[in-house]
Design a protein around this ligand. Structure first.
Ligand SMILES: [Zn+2]
Length: 460
């Protein structure tokens, strides 16, 4: 099955080359970018960005960038928390395959990337690019294995109160880029909208306005976070409104740094031939289904992520096709000129921009792995999502809106049974089975890492 998938991908890419040439009228062949930048905003909900309909002006730089880019309205991540989500983005594999996941039987054990996995950075390295990553999430610490293939892996996983700012992350990456002559791949992962909410001085109060805050600031630390995560305390409507406004001030800070990144690429003379991606590892729950934070569920507010891609020579477009991070992986691999590693999933996203028939075809997406509670696996297809509890062997079916969000439980058995059976079959096909997979090599984190996780609210 794996060999067939790889072959299929190769054929799709060959077919695609012809389509793009026709669509763009380019007679010199598709332009290969010399700089490829992936900007990941941790915990960035799509619907809190202007491009995706936010009511507050949270993202002027992204909105401007999106007008010149491919904007995917229905992009999904493959996991509910950082490690497995980023591992899928960087490997083109689902969580059960790359195994950088939580141990399904133990909430406090996390596995690193399986040793045989080829990463995007390795692919780019082999294509003659220098490769650099600037990451600030403790689950991206080098021992989790996502540094594979990066020449430079600048990990700065401070605890919640001392995390590196997006501004500083961008400055570090641009500083490095300034010393590079040839083609370069950059992966930036910024932490602003992740808890705790403590917007930078110059943006603080932008949306909340002055006055006595109805919640502690910084918000979402210590004992209070434990109560929130365990649903022992639900803030009032006024408090929730204030918390959302602080989150949006953090979104604005990540957007401001994104603007600095684009400016820096332009000053370096690299922007014209750069491929630039804006996305998120996962979203955040704001009591949409009664809960708060991420890593607990597979609802749309967690799985729906922004995906905006600017590619040299590709005209701007807005697409409703359901896509995901493994598709982003295939797109980036294709841009490097290399073959996709065997067994990887997804399709080059440019196909959907060039071919309306392909763009309209139905697609399914597998998402799994939670940081807390029983192991869940979900599948999203059209207007439905099925979420299966791999421990209790119980599955639920939800109705979705156009953005694969708004999950409402399907209760009518005449609808639920046929849809559920079909989705269950598709889930089994994509995942191979419905078993809880034991991570091949489980890493029990050292005391210092556990301290940092605790500071971020991950460990009680
Ligand atoms: Zn994350």
């Amino acid at each position: 099955v794996r060999a067939l998938r790889a072959d299929h991908t190769a054929w799709a890419l060959v077919a695609f080359g012809g389509v793009l040439l026709a669509a763009t009228g380019c007679h010199h062949g598709p332009s290969k970018p010399t700089t490829v930048v992936v900007y990941v905003v941790d915990t960035q909900r799509a619907d809190h960005l202007g491009t995706y309909g936010a009511t507050r002006p949270t993202s002027p730089h992204l909105d401007d960038f999106a007008a010149k880019s491919l904007v995917f309205d229905r992009a999904l991540t493959h996991a509910s928390w950082t490690l497995p989500a980023v591992a899928s983005l960087l490997s083109g594999l689902y969580p059960a395959e790359h195994r950088a996941t939580r141990d399904p039987r133990d909430e406090y054990r996390y596995s690193h990337l399986a040793p045989e996995v080829t990463t995007l950075a390795t692919v780019y390295h082999d294509a003659g690019f220098t490769t650099g990553a600037w990451v600030d999430n403790v689950f991206l610490a080098p021992e989790f294995g996502l540094k594979r293939g990066f020449d430079v892996y600048d990990y700065s996983g401070g605890d919640g109160s001392e995390e590196r700012s997006a501004h500083a992350t961008v400055a570090a990456a641009l500083g490095w880029l300034g010393t590079q002559r040839g083609p370069a791949l950059l992966y930036l992962h910024v932490m602003e909208p992740h808890l705790p909410y403590m917007p930078p001085e110059h943006l603080r109060l932008r949306f909340t306005g002055p006055g006595e805050p109805p919640v502690p600031v910084p918000f979402g630390m210590g004992e209070l976070l434990g109560k929130l995560m365990n649903r022992l305390w639900v803030p009032s409507a006024e408090q929730q409104d204030y918390i959302l406004k602080m989150y949006d001030e953090e979104v604005l800070a990540a957007d401001e740094a994104f603007g600095e990144l684009l400016d820096g690429l332009e000053h370096a003379g690299r922007l014209d031939r750069a491929a630039v991606v804006f996305t998120a590892d996962h979203g955040e729950e704001f009591w949409d289904h009664g809960g708060f934070e991420h890593g607990h569920t597979l609802f749309g507010e967690i799985l729906h992520v922004p995906l905006v891609i600017r590619l040299p020579g590709v005209p701007p477009a807005r697409l409703a096709t359901q896509v995901s991070h493994v598709d982003l992986f295939q797109t980036l691999v294709a841009l490097s000129g290399q073959q996709a590693p065997a067994g990887t999933h997804g399709e080059d996203l440019r196909i959907f921009a060039a071919d309306p028939v392909r763009a309209a075809a139905p697609r399914v997406t597998l998402s799994e792995d939670c940081l807390y509670g029983p192991p869940l696996a979900g599948i999203t297809a059209g207007s439905y999502r099925l979420v299966a509890n791999l421990q209790t062997r119980v599955a639920q079916v939800y109705h979705l809106d156009d953005h694969a969000q708004g999950d409402t439980l399907v209760t009518d058995p005449t609808e639920r049974e046929p849809v559920g059976n079909d989705l269950m079959k598709q889930l089994k096909t994509l995942r191979g089975d419905l078993e809880m997979h034991q991570p091949a090599e489980t890493t029990l984190l050292d005391g210092e890492k556990v301290q940092k996780l605790r500071a971020l609210g991950y460990v009680d």
